[in-house]
Design a binder for this molecule. Sequence first.
Ligand SMILES: [Fe+2]
Length: 197
Amino acid sequence: MTYKVIAYTYRATWVNKSNYKYVMKYYKYIDLDYKIFAEKMKSYIFSNGEMFKTFWTQLDSDLILSNIPETSSMFKPYNINVMNISITRSFNTNSLLGLHRDYSEAELRINIPILNCEKSVTNFYYSTVDPTLEILANGIPYLDYNYKNCTLVDSFCLDRPAILRVKEIHQVVANANYLPRISCTIDFKENIFHLFE
Ligand SMILES: [Fe+2]
């Protein structure tokens, strides 16, 4: 995947130049016993395919918590409780598209790979230009950015669970040979900043 190599090279350039202006921690991998949850969630998604036509689908948290007990039990070691659970399904393979900030109450969310995430890259950007508010077909709002106004500042691969700063500009670029790319994104009743440090 050429775009992944380019992304990491760019990140190294920032570090070498000590350009502290843009240095920020955008993500952090987190230890999580998530494999059983991911398998059960994949089955749930495949058996309810119609629900997952769009990029972002908010699930009924109570329903998921009662049907997939691992949803809460995997976070027990961290003493945090799930509030909202959503599924993101990405077909974007163009590294110039899909730059956005989540229109989210939560600053940090934990993302869990479900399908083909290990073949994708998540990029973070910086911009001084204001975004446009866009609404998905299912009513979910997000803040859209034009690639031309943004500077790539960090990248990572969601090949394991990670905490993400979702209010910073980010983008998922999937691999055309591995579609769709599906992940689960969760926010919590508690502030989870202490897990991000
Ligand atoms: Fe996002």
